[in-house]
Design a protein around this ligand. Sequence first.
Ligand SMILES: NC(=O)C1=CN([C@@H]2O[C@H](COP(=O)(O)OP(=O)(O)OC[C@H]3O[C@@H](n4cnc5c(N)ncnc54)[C@H](O)[C@@H]3O)[C@@H](O)[C@H]2O)C=CC1
Ligand SMILES: O=C(CO)COP(=O)(O)O
Length: 336
Amino acid sequence: MSKPVKAAVLSAGSWGTAFGMVLADAGCEVTLWGRRPEVVEAINSTRTNPDYFPGVELPENVRATTDAAEAAADADFTVLSVPSQTLRGNLADWSPLLAPGTVLVSLMKGVELGSAMRMSEVIDDVAKVGQDRIAVVTGPNLAREIAARMPAAAVVACTDEAVAQRLQVACHTPYFRPYTNTDVVGCELGGAVKNVIGLAVGIADGMGLGDNAKGSLITRGLAETTRLGIALGADPLTFSGLAGLGDLVATCSSPLSRNHTFGTNLGKGMTLQETIAVTKQTAEGVKSCESVLDLARRHGVDMPITETVVGIVHEGKPPVVALKELMSRSAKPERR
Ligand SMILES: NC(=O)C1=CN([C@@H]2O[C@H](COP(=O)(O)OP(=O)(O)OC[C@H]3O[C@@H](n4cnc5c(N)ncnc54)[C@H](O)[C@@H]3O)[C@@H](O)[C@H]2O)C=CC1
Ligand SMILES: O=C(CO)COP(=O)(O)O
């Protein structure tokens, strides 16, 4: 009998825990690393992660530790699922612990502030493993639904298709259907920018702007994501797939999305501080809207919705003023 595939999941947060369940259900031996001893203790003693998924039983082949070296030892896949802006610092600590030949898997949907790097670029910058040993999992994957084993499709992307296929096998379950893709740039941008568009749609929902506004924001959001992607060398077709449209639809229509909910609270009139105070988990778009705009400006790409979100979230622009500005931009052809 062949040895079971070993996976280390570095972070026992919402998506780390749910994706750990997927890997375990697909037959991997999974070790979750958690920062907080009480969370690790609860996982090992109650087989649940009560902070994130109370009442959801974790598979027997999932265990947890606070020792990153123990988690990383011998791992075929090392899955990274911390908030994007903390990746660089965490990975600097973890790099010496990585198993030789391990594939680094990013679950994160953000762009680094300052460097404007995508997560796979940060991983390569810090761990120096080469892009063919870095994979990305993305798509319409609201963690709470996955933890309830509700059906979803996903994309596993790697520049080396054989590596993507290995990961595909390692996380394929009756409820989780991964497709491979070699367009890592497009897959990562799709995930990071949809969080920003999710904020915009949430703001519109909070303001009560209706479903036409939602459809318009999703579509024009996808248009600006695609423009950025093309400028960065992505395949434009990626954006009509699971990493683009698929994730936008899930995020922009679900109250489970933290970015959508964050936007809704702002649109209802909460201040930024009040909204942050009621947000318990990571809403990546809040920080990544600035780094996405930075990336767009570096490449001369116009991203009006992202710019609007930055104005509302970081510059205190009232949503009604931002809406007026967005709607009164000069008229243009739909495609150019
Ligand atoms: N939750 C979801 O439905 C999905 C999330 N993602 C992405 O996964 C990534 C992680 O998000 P979630 O798991 O949802 O967030 P979360 O907020 O639920 O969990 C983040 C985890 O990171 C830990 N953490 C926070 N700051 C840290 C630091 N400085 N160093 C080390 N660990 C730290 C927290 O303790 C927590 O366990 C994000 O990039 C998000 O966009 C992607 C798909 C689905
Ligand atoms: O990425 C996600 C779903 O695919 C999760 O979205 P939120 O981070 O907005 O909750």
